[in-house]
Design a protein around this ligand. Structure first.
Ligand SMILES: Cc1ncc(COP(=O)(O)O)c(C=O)c1O
Length: 465
């Protein structure tokens, strides 16, 4: 029997999968010893890889080898030494789930086409709604990331609070709010001046009294305040806004209360996170990034809303060619809750790791990250050469040399040149400041201890250079 190349036979499928899984196992095993960044060959490989595909078939082994070498030419965002930005994860079991979900290729935009799979995704979303204390009417959507989830939240808030005529609507953020909120507002049709920056306290939290004043001023000027954005863990410093007070202000003023928990959200599974996020249960919408705090592969965000009708009102559409498909009782049509019609079955990459490993393991891993950040904070703060401006609320620690920006740029270059860890920087109070963020499931005590040693040695080196 001849094998159709686009539909390989069983033995061939099993062989291909074995080769791919062996590659992945090698890759994951290598993370502990791989450099934190390796771009040495990228300049040579990039022009080669920009070539178009050939008319002739290739060899799987050779193609997998190209992929493997290309994947190694990178900042190792899946490695234990990646402490920059917000660290990524990459659970093997999520990769396995992804292969299965892609292989069965079920349509999960409309529940009637694959109700049991939609129920698996919905079960995870309802569990998340419960974790955040949202009411029965709450709902969720698995998106491709925090930015897209934020866009849907802003559109839902706009639709619910302003209607179709929204040019005079204003929304409230701080200088520490993730830029995806301003970007979402722009895409949603708001000019930049409608995004109002509320002053932050000296601890970088939104100043609630200042927010109230700004809202009152805007109202007096004939504008329509409609959306207040709090953050459960800012990207810069991991700081948590006073969510309870912001929720109360939003309620009093009739504003939609959105919480960006893309970085911090999964700490809600821990006792410390839950205490830090008190008030989050009053959110009208909140964004989580399982590709951060649940250690899942990139491309996995979540939007939760207090009232499904608000999300539906802003996103549902009708078409004659969809007339044969009715919403299944008790299950949502995800196409009505977000911008996509066709979507992959994203739920399995959450469902399988959660059901296979159990929730407790995630809670323990997140508690470990909080402990590690606390330890890094203590050790860096006790170094007389370093300034540590802030005690971390979550798992991001910021520090700098007391000198100027150039000294701190040099410090970062020295740290990253070791290729054992990879850190990033930001500006805080107008000053160049380095960040160490612990979030990968692969980062443990020995990695953080090594990072602290590297930072202290580099600080000495940067000053004596
Ligand atoms: C607090 C916060 N909000 C939103 C985002 C955007 O999420 P994504 O990169 O998944 O689009 C990030 C990303 O780092 C973040 O840290």
């Amino acid at each position: 029997m001849t094998i159709q190349p686009l539909e390989p036979g069983r033995a061939e499928m099993e062989g291909m999968a074995r080769d791919a899984i062996a590659l992945l196992a090698d890759f994951i095993e290598d993370r502990s010893k791989a450099p934190a960044v390796d771009l040495d060959d990228a300049g040579r490989m990039v022009p080669e890889l920009l070539r178009p595909p050939s008319e002739e078939p290739g060899e799987l082994a050779a193609l997998l080898d190209v992929f493997h070498r290309a994947a190694e030419q990178a900042v190792d965002t899946a490695g234990p030494g990646y402490l920059a930005y917000i660290p990524g994860g990459g659970l093997f079991t999520a990769a396995l789930a992804e292969m299965l979900a892609r292989g069965v290729n079920r349509f999960t935009g409309l529940s009637g086409l694959a109700p049991a799979l939609v129920a698996m995704e919905e079960g995870v979303l309802r569990w998340l709604c419960g974790q955040f204390g949202l009411p029965e009417a709450g709902a969720g959507l698995v998106t491709t990331g925090g930015s897209i989830a934020t866009l849907s939240a802003v559109v839902a808030a706009r639709h619910d609070r302003l209607g179709e005529d929204f040019a005079d609507g204003t929304l409230y953020v701080t200088a520490h709010t993730h830029h995806c909120v301003a970007k979402a507002a722009r895409i949603a049709g708001f000019p930049a001046a409608r995004v109002r920056t509320v002053p932050a306290t000296p601890e970088f939290r939104m100043d609630v009294a200042a927010a109230a004043r700004l809202i009152a001023e805007d109202r007096a000027a004939g504008l329509r305040p409609f959306l207040l954005v709090g953050t459960a863990g800012t990207t810069n410093t991991g700081t948590v806004d006073p969510l309870g007070e912001l929720a109360e202000l939003a309620r009093r003023e009739g504003l939609w209360f959105h919480v960006d928990a893309a970085y911090g959200g999964f700490f809600q599974l821990t006792a410390r996170g839950r205490a830090a996020f008190a008030g989050i249960e009053a959110a009208d919408s909140l964004v989580l990034d399982p590709h951060k705090g649940m250690f899942l592969p990139y491309g996995t965000g979540v939007l939760l809303v207090r009232d499904r009708a608000t999300l539906r009102g802003a996103h549902s559409g009708e078409a004659a060619y969809l007339q044969d498909l009715g919403e299944l009782a008790g299950l949502p049509d995800y196409a009505d809750l977000g911008p996509e019609l066709t979507r992959e079955f994203r739920g399995l990459r959450l469902w399988l790791p959660l059901h296979l490993h159990g929730v407790a393991v995630f809670r323990e891993a997140l508690d470990e990250k909080l402990d590690l950040a606390e330890r890094a904070y203590r050790e860096l703060a006790s170094d007389p050469l370093l300034e540590v401006p802030l005690k971390p609320d979550l798992s991001a620690v910021v520090f700098r040399l007391p000198g100027g920006d150039r000294d701190n740029q040099r410090l970062l270059e020295r740290i990253n040149a070791t290729k054992r860890v990879f850190l990033s920087s930001t500006r805080i109070d107008g000053r160049h400041t380095l960040r160490l963020c612990v979030l990968s499931h692969r980062t443990h005590a020995d990695h953080v201890a090594e990072a602290v040693d590297i930072i202290r040695a580099a600080a000495r080196g940067a000053l004596s250079a």
